[in-house]
Design a protein around this ligand. Structure first.
Ligand code: GLC
Ligand code: CA
Length: 530
């Protein structure tokens, strides 16, 4: 593997949802100064990079994924000077900064669109997709048609997401120049990487009905990210995740992206976004195994993750977020983050956050779940609809971080922009640290171990006991180093057939040499190095 790729195994990325991290000026919204004050906290988990969800100027119809100025910071988060302070402070502590790159759409308030919509002759008109009649019958991700009528030009424009997020026309070379210049602007400031939002959407084919993965996708990605001065810039794409497309986007000779998220294991336990279905952790395991093998066979980087700002908490869906919340949160972290790949931790995972339960739709903000609510209201009983929203809303993971158990949770002195998670009294950092079973302390130990052992970052991965159900056991090996990771799943069982070694980490009261009985969600890591 080329060095600029293999170095990425040393990254541990902590994803921040800025509006919900920490409010420093008492307006109820998290901000850049709040993040600066918690960089040591982030470092203490073992992270050495942060990915910031969009902090650019935006009307916030999709919480910043609707950008009106790519080169400025939204005043709710601070100023460009604050950003420069954040970047310098992060770098001084050995933390890289990854920005969100949102290039499929702008805000309808972006200067380009404001001009584009005024007349068919405007030079910016061709920055977007227009049609006299809707070209397709596509439904927008956040409800309604993807085509919205624009009075002044008598045309429809395309918006794959909200009405306020018009899709940008990447077939226009001027558009591609703009995005190259935007990337260069942030690289010149010193940022270390980009997380590329819905990047597979930037090439479409209306005639073939392709909303994404159009014929020019790879050419466009290469045009922006394949440039020589970006060799050491880390990139991770949100894009279609078939084996074929990952190979096409992340192959080391492709000059496109370094990595792409793989989300298929996060679809286990649900049908669509809002309906739970019966499941076993073994289904997640099987998908992870397949990707470990595929990425190893093709020398590709793999992203290790269970949560982000677009999903309710993994531990609530797949684990036991009540009696065994600590056990399942730590077991899942062990089985995912000790695989071969780049760990992405989403804020709150490290304290074992869980989904909320609210009885009123006013407790929600997410444009997606509100769109769903509006479409379904009256069709199914209100309590069932709310149960679905509680299960599937993206707001679950977007609620303000609970730093402590006080009424304002140490997040803000004002009312927060979105209600705190309904279990924040129980699940917050200060209380977690006071417990014997502290999820945070476990994360700290897990990432300290991963940081200390080269083999856990760079070593080969192989599965052990592949035929055994209800557990995930694997080895990491490099030279003489051998580390065994044992993660038991939902049910207690005995695993006597495992090699014995020195105990390095456990989420139970396991001692070295203990017999092979594993409790539900018990995990242990052993050093087998002779
Ligand atoms: C991505 C983002 C999500 C956003 C959408 C539209 O999926 O992660 O939060 O709503 O793109 O930009
Ligand atoms: Ca604030």
């Amino acid at each position: 593997m080329k060095k600029e790729f293999s170095d990425c195994y040393d990254l541990v990325v902590y994803q921040i949802y800025p509006r919900s991290f920490l409010d420093s000026n008492g307006d109820g919204i998290g901000d850049l100064s709040g993040i600066i004050s918690k960089l040591d906290y982030i470092r203490s988990i073992g992270a050495n990079a942060i990915w910031l969800c969009p902090i650019f100027k935006s009307p916030q119809c999709d919480n910043g994924y609707d950008i009106s100025d790519y080169r400025d910071i939204d005043p709710i988060y601070g100023t460009m000077t604050d950003f420069e302070r954040l970047l310098a402070a992060a770098h001084s502590k050995g933390i890289k900064v990854i920005m969100d790159f949102v290039a499929n759409h702008t805000s309808s308030e972006h200067e380009w669109f404001k001009r584009a919509r005024t007349s068919r002759e405007d030079p910016y008109h061709d920055y977007y997709y227009w049609a006299d009649e809707p070209l397709t019958d596509w439904r927008a991700e956040f409800g309604g048609s993807t085509w919205e009528y624009n009075e002044p030009t008598g045309e429809y424009y395309l918006h794959s997401f909200a009405v306020g997020q018009p899709d940008v026309n990447w077939t226009n070379p001027k558009v591609r120049e703009e995005y190259k210049a935007i990337v260069d602007f942030w690289v010149a400031k010193g940022v270390d990487g980009f997380r590329c939002d819905v990047l597979d959407h930037i090439s479409k084919d209306f005639a073939k009905g392709l909303r994404r993965n159009g014929p020019h996708l790879h050419e466009y990605i290469r045009e922006v990210f394949g440039r020589d001065h970006l060799t050491n810039i880390y990139t991770v794409g949100e894009a279609e995740t078939t084996e074929e497309s990952i190979l096409a986007t992340c192959g080391q000779d492709r000059r496109e992206l370094k990595s792409v998220f793989q989300f298929s294991h996060l679809a286990v336990g649900r049908k669509g976004r809002y309906t739970p279905v019966p499941h076993k952790m073994d289904e997640v395991k099987d998908i992870l195994v397949e990707w470990q093998r595929f990425t190893a066979a093709h020398d590709l980087l793999y992203i290790l993750l269970t949560d982000n700002h677009d999903r309710p908490w993994f531990n609530s869906r797949m684990g036991d977020d009540r009696a065994l919340r600590y056990e399942s949160a730590t077991c899942v972290a062990t089985m995912v983050y000790l695989l071969k790949g780049i760990p992405f931790i989403y804020q709150g995972q490290e304290i074992g956050c869980a989904n909320s339960h609210f009885t009123d739709i006013s407790a929600f903000n997410d444009v997606e779940c509100l769109g769903y609510y509006a479409e379904q209201k009256g069709r199914i009983p209100d309590d069932e609809l709310l149960a679905e929203i509680n299960f599937g809303s993206r707001d679950n993971s977007r609620r303000p971080f609970a730093w402590d158990g006080t009424a304002s949770h140490g997040f803000s002195t004002a009312a927060p922009w979105l209600p705190y998670a309904s279990r924040s009294g129980e699940i917050n950092l200060a209380d977690d640290l006071n417990r014997e079973k502290s999820v945070f302390r476990y994360y700290e130990a897990l990432f300290a171990l991963r940081g200390a052992r080269h083999v856990l970052r760079h070593g080969e991965w192989t599965q052990v006991l592949p035929e055994r159900e209800n557990c995930f056991v694997f080895l990491r090996e490099e030279g003489k180093e051998r580390i065994l990771v044992v993660c038991n799943c939902e049910k207690a069982q005995t695993l006597t057939e495992l090699p014995k070694g020195k105990l390095l980490l456990s989420n139970h009261k396991r001692t070295a040499g203990a017999n092979g009985e594993y409790a539900p969600y018990e995990c242990a890591v052993y050093d087998l190095t002779e």
